[in-house]
Design a protein around this ligand. Structure first.
Ligand SMILES: Nc1ncnc2c1ncn2[C@@H]1O[C@H](COP(=O)(O)OP(=O)(O)O)[C@@H](O)[C@H]1O
Ligand SMILES: [Mg+2]
Length: 344
């Protein structure tokens, strides 16, 4: 993937900067626009994003790009993807949030669901607590055996507007874990309850991305039951490989319990450093992925930029004007988002 500024892009694609700017203004090509304090705009365009737009619209040249955002909606309906690992601190929340944002940047309608009562996903982007305004309140209502519908669920969905894209968030709060576990006593099929909630709003979205807690339990089972596929985030440390084996047997158990086949289609190995020991772990994880038929193995470098972006409550791709570095940093998330968006 190459990242080009407007002038370079107009040279590269052999089109005038004026025409290219007009095309960018249609928002059909995902790009980042930065406005300087003196109100001068600069555009960053990734070649992969241009190729993506051309493939969705079925056109050969950049000057033929025209159409509507409708064309970017999934042809095969809503896809629900759970991001998980039983281990904490590996980057589940960072990957789930940035993956959801990248899909939104690709003009997909995205709902990010936080099923972790630590509510890090909710706070990463929104920078506030959602006590009384979260998915926990929907579970409370279900447990009182009251009926819910689209309008009811939508009350708890919060739209997050960033400079270059918007996405929806169904946040969590601390009491969620307790309420979810308590629901075992109320429902005969508790693992179906998240799926029951999401089915009311599913049609409003191309993708629903679910972030999960770092432990086995009903929240994880609910998320997996609601999903079409799963993506695993891990670090490349001691125990990570064993942790992945434990997760695999946990998944088998859930498959039996919920009578549903679970498709894991990717592993992100996060916080990778340039070291011999990390090479060894990456190789072991890649081997495990092949054994388990997981087709994508991605790596993400260890970088303080992720923490810096989180401190400002911004997706990586909206952090600072050094977009080229952040694009490289998020390239595996972008690659996965492009794959899913095109499959759409
Ligand atoms: N690639 C990375 N490089 C450096 N720090 C990272 C990276 N990915 C995540 N982090 C940091 O690690 C911590 C845990 O990440 P988080 O996404 O919350 O993990 P989890 O959801 O698995 O608990 C956070 O402080 C986050 O900023
Ligand atoms: Mg987390």
């Amino acid at each position: 993937m190459e990242i080009l500024r407007l002038a370079k892009a107009s040279e590269f694609y052999n089109i005038s900067t004026k025409n290219l700017t007009q095309i960018l203004q249609t928002k059909l090509i995902p790009h980042i626009k930065k406005v300087s304090p003196s109100q001068r705009s600069s555009y960053y365009i990734a070649t992969d994003f241009v190729e993506y737009t051309k493939s969705v619209l079925g056109v050969k040249n950049i000057e033929n790009i025209e159409g509507s955002l409708e064309d970017f909606h999934n042809k095969n309906g809503t896809k629900i993807i759970t991001i998980s690992n039983l281990k904490g601190g590996v980057g589940k929340t960072s990957v789930a949030s940035n993956f959801a944002y990248t899909l939104a940047l690709l003009n997909k309608r995205v709902l990010l669901v936080d099923m972790d009562s630590q509510a890090n996903t909710s706070r990463y982007f929104a920078n506030r607590y959602f006590t009384g305004e979260s998915i926990k309140n929907i579970f409370d209502t279900l447990m009182r055996k009251e009926k819910i519908d689209n309008a009811f669920v939508r009350q708890y969905i919060h739209t997050l507007d960033f400079e270059n894209a918007s996405l929806d968030l169904l946040p969590s709060e601390l009491a969620l874990g307790r309420v979810v576990e308590f629901s075992r006593a109320v429902f005969t099929m508790p693992h179906k309850k998240l799926s029951d909630i999401l089915k009311h709003v599913k049609d409003d979205y191309d993708f629903i991305i679910i972030d999960t807690p770092p432990s086995t339990g009903l929240s994880l089972h609910m998320a997996i039951y609601a999903s079409d596929m799963m993506s695993i985030v891990t670090d490349a440390e001691d125990f990570s490989v064993n942790g992945l084996k434990e997760l695999a047997s946990e998944i088998e158990e859930i498959e039996e319990e919920t009578d549903r086949a679970i498709h894991v289609d990717s592993i992100f190995i996060n916080k990778v450093k340039n070291s011999k020991i990390h090479e060894v772990y990456i190789e072991a994880i890649a081997k495990l992925a092949i054994e388990q038929n997981i087709k994508n193995v991605f790596t993400i470098a260890d970088s303080t930029r992720i923490k810096e972006a989180q401190n400002l409550h911004l997706p990586m791709l909206e952090y600072k004007s050094e977009l080229d570095k952040n694009l490289v940093m998020s390239s595996s998330i972008i690659e996965y988002a492009l794959e899913k968006a095109i499959e759409g």
